[in-house]
Design a protein around this ligand. Sequence first.
Ligand code: TXA
Ligand code: MG
Length: 309
Amino acid sequence: MVDVTISEAADRLLRGEVVAIPTETVYGLAADATNASAVAKIFAAKGRPDFNPLISHVADFAQLEALVTLDARARRLAEAFWPGALTLVLPRLPGCPVAPAVSAGLPSLALRMPAHPIARELLARVGRPVAAPSANRSGHVSPSTAQHVRDSLGPEIAVLDGGACKVGLESTVIGLTGERPALLRPGGIAAEGIEAVLGEALVQPTDRKLQSPGMLLKHYAPRLPVRLDAAAPQGREGLLSFGRPLSGFATVYPLSESGDLAEAAARLYAGLHALDQMPGLDGIAVMPIPQQGLGVAINDRLTRAARGR
Ligand code: TXA
Ligand code: MG
């Protein structure tokens, strides 16, 4: 187990090494986004296909200037939601120093200013954009604790431990390279709030392959099969409950007893990890979760988990 301090994590990044870092959404596997060989180490450690671009993280607005074009929509969203669980996909500026592999060769760059105080201090020290996808093997459940990172990437991985992630779901990804703003990935900030700030509806891209390659992949899959909208147990299942738990299941992991979607989001990955590691279960069942607000992102991740690998 390799626990590092903020200054050791900064040194590693500046030396071109990877390090797992906390953010308020999920843990990220970080590398200097301007260093192509460091970025290659992220893809290798995750087993991630190289057509799937990465999010770059910055500490402040000054760092954005050389990277992308911010139009009025981007400024409005950044002002409303940064630092926070929002990623904006924007046109790269000519001479943008971020390695082309971070964008998987696309003319756009995904950017986020995270809110986690440890992430912010680290980014300020590094002074460069830091690429960081979720710190899990490609296709597996995302990590919301340092232990989840070690379980997925192995004990040798250097981890900056910042406690359990408060939001617990990846950022919402908004594409701003076209005429209309597009919801490329539902996430930790509900689409309704983003539409209210923009004053217009988000479009759901029909050709997701072109716009957000990552969304095509099977993702978030635990070892056990996942069954949605459960009303009664089928075999020895563990239940992810929402609201009052159903009875008859081998074990119950409550996402939120009070039916609070933010609480359920924060507990989702921990619940999937916990049930997946529990001996003697033959599946994970999930109670219905309302398809509104953060429920959209929760259902998105659960649907992918249920599809399996
Ligand atoms: O909350 C998060 O966003 C976490 C933390 C660590 O910040 N990061 C994360 O990164 O979830 P990752 O790599 O697992 O997801 C990045 C998503 C993928 O769906 C990818 O396809 C999309 O963002 N993306 C990245 N760059 C893009 C681009 N240039 N155009 C379209 N989609 C892009
Ligand atoms: Mg991921």
